[in-house]
Design a binder for this molecule. Structure first.
Ligand SMILES: C[S@@+](CC[C@H](N)C(=O)[O-])C[C@H]1O[C@@H](n2cnc3c(N)ncnc32)[C@H](O)[C@@H]1O
Length: 239
């Protein structure tokens, strides 16, 4: 059985290898559609926590809008190029004091978390609003196939989300919270995030891709080495 610390050390190892090339891996990382909706006008004390901030791509947009940003990530290597305040830590056990954060954002990382633990921490640090950006699989068959590929591509990843599941999570954070979802699709290069793989993992990943079921390739519109990437941006909170 895989324990919590096995998941964490797999994540730390993988992102230590990905950190240097991370910002150029995929189209979504710098696409404004996957950045701007995560950054509302500042409110409260203007303190935003970027959970699993990585290299700080979302935090930079928040800072431009006037937020004071705390970047938190389990990987010190990923955080190295993030600006502002940086904290190496685990989203499930935030080293952040009670009622000190107005906004929490999290892009493309919820799949690494134990969600009930993160919901508890979001409530404890007092965020009035959360904004979550997540790629989702179009259906269960595709999610199962992506999960198989992610065992090789992204060890430590716990799941692949289906449409609507991120909003369900957001609503579960606190009683009375409302939530809404904005959807869009990007086209991305399929193998761009294989760059960190070494043999034999690369070979295993290639063979999973070459045996992609027709149902999956139709669902993600896989052609010419690219695919459709379905995004959900969930906004939730007390208002
Ligand atoms: C795909 S990257 C996303 C980075 C950034 N949010 C972005 O949008 O570019 C996932 C990040 O989640 C971080 N991560 C994974 N599990 C974590 C945890 N339990 N606590 C904090 N960070 C975690 C990884 O280190 C990595 O930087």
């Amino acid at each position: 059985m895989t324990s919590r610390s096995d998941f964490s050390s797999a994540v730390v190892d993988t992102f230590a290898r990905r950190a240097v090339q991370y910002d150029g891996e995929s189209v979504w990382m710098r696409d404004s559609r996957a950045l701007q909706p995560l950054a509302p006008e500042p409110f409260g004390n203007r303190v935003a926590l970027d959970l699993a901030a990585g290299t700080g791509l979302v935090g930079a947009v928040l800072a431009e809008r006037g937020w004071s940003v705390v970047h938190l990530d389990i990987s010190a290597e990923m955080l190295r190029s993030a600006g502002g305040s940086r904290v190496v830590g685990d989203s499930q056990f935030l080293p952040i004091r009670e009622s000190s954060v107005d906004l929490i954002v999290c892009r493309q990382a919820l799949h690494y978390f134990l969600l009930p633990a993160v919901a508890r921490e979001i409530r404890r640090v007092g965020a009035a609003e959360i904004r979550l950006g997540q790629i989702v699989a179009p259906n269960e068959v595709a999610a199962k196939w992506w999960n198989e590929l992610f065992q090789v591509l992204a060890p430590g990843r716990r799941r692949v989300f289906l449409p609507g599941e991120v909003e369900d999570f957001a609503r579960s954070v606190a009683a009375g919270w409302t939530a809404s979802t904005e959807r869009f699709a990007l086209r991305d290069d399929f193998r761009s995030n294989f760059a960190h793989l070494e043999e034999p993992s690369r070979q295993v990943a290639d063979s999973i891709v070459s045996s992609m079921p027709a149902e999956v390739s139709a669902a993600i519109d896989f052609r010419d080495g690219t695919y459709r990437q379905d995004w959900e941006i969930v906004k939730a909170g007390r208002k």
